[in-house]
Design a protein. Structure first.
Length: 258
């Protein structure tokens, strides 16, 4: 875990070893003592809260983080402190993912979303984690206001590969829900510079929907998005023509041919 430029007791190899060994109380004592000697050292609160979170004590974690946040006397300072905490949480979520601790990743990324709901990369990672842990429901996207934030252009710029992988995972598992198409459609704008990052996978998923799921109409609906991104893509044109014919959308097939 990386250090940040903030006063207080920083995370180090000794504390990491305590946490990895399940000696949470010993790690907590380090930060409690640091807070006693330097109550203004905000990073001690961030890490103490994180240790509580790793133990599953979310209320105590939030209470601990709130102490320095509640002392902010300006929006700029609140933003600075929030970013410090977000940095630490994101760093730990990535470390936990490396160790295949998906349940812990889920908890941490949920807290990141609560602190910064417009962090698009975190939301994408949260979706992937939810699918991986079999707790995802399409209704979650509504609760997280994903479509609203996309339409209002409120999200931070996403990592293109992460976005493509997440959209394809949603199509693979939940293509028959209309909300998924709406989200995929609006997200295609992020691939205008690198369309093949998404279109190649979209061709595969559309083929699975058409031939594996027996729904060429829905497959064509999704692949039309790929056609918009790459209008001269011969593979897209070939599959789209087949989908139209199999779905008896002959007028579209003829329009595509000419």
């Amino acid at each position: 875990m990386a250090n940040i430029d903030a006063t207080g007791c920083e995370w180090n190899e000794q504390i990491q070893a305590l946490v990895d060994g399940g000696k949470y109380r010993d790690a907590e004592k380090r930060y409690e003592l640091a807070i006693q000697s330097d109550p203004e050292g905000r990073s001690s609160y961030w890490y103490l809260g994180l240790i509580k979170l790793l133990q599953g004590d979310e209320p105590s974690a939030q209470t601990t983080w709130f102490i320095p946040l509640s002392a902010c006397d300006s929006e700029d300072l609140m933003e600075q402190l929030s970013q410090e905490l977000l940095f630490i949480l994101d760093d730990e979520a990535a470390r936990q993912q490396t160790n295949d601790n998906s349940e812990t990743v889920w908890v941490i990324r949920q807290h990141i979303r609560e602190l910064d709901p417009t962090n698009f990369n975190n939301l994408l990672l949260l979706i992937q984690t939810a699918i991986r842990t079999e707790r995802f429901h399409v209704e979650d996207l509504e609760a997280w206001e994903m479509l609203t934030f996309l339409r209002d252009n409120m999200f931070s710029t996403p990592h293109s590969v992460l976005l493509a992988d997440t959209l394809l995972e949603l199509i693979k598992n939940y293509a028959f829900d209309p909300l998924i198409y709406d989200i995929v459609e609006i997200c295609t704008s992020f691939f205008k510079q690198e369309p093949n990052l998404f279109v190649e996978g979209l061709v595969n998923e559309s083929g699975r929907i058409a031939f594996g799921e027996g729904n060429p109409g829905l497959a064509a609906h999704f692949l039309e998005l790929g056609h918009q991104l790459t209008p001269n893509n011969l593979e897209v044109l070939r599959f789209l023509s087949v989908f139209y014919q199999n779905a008896r959308q002959l007028e579209k097939a003829l329009t595509l041919a000419y």
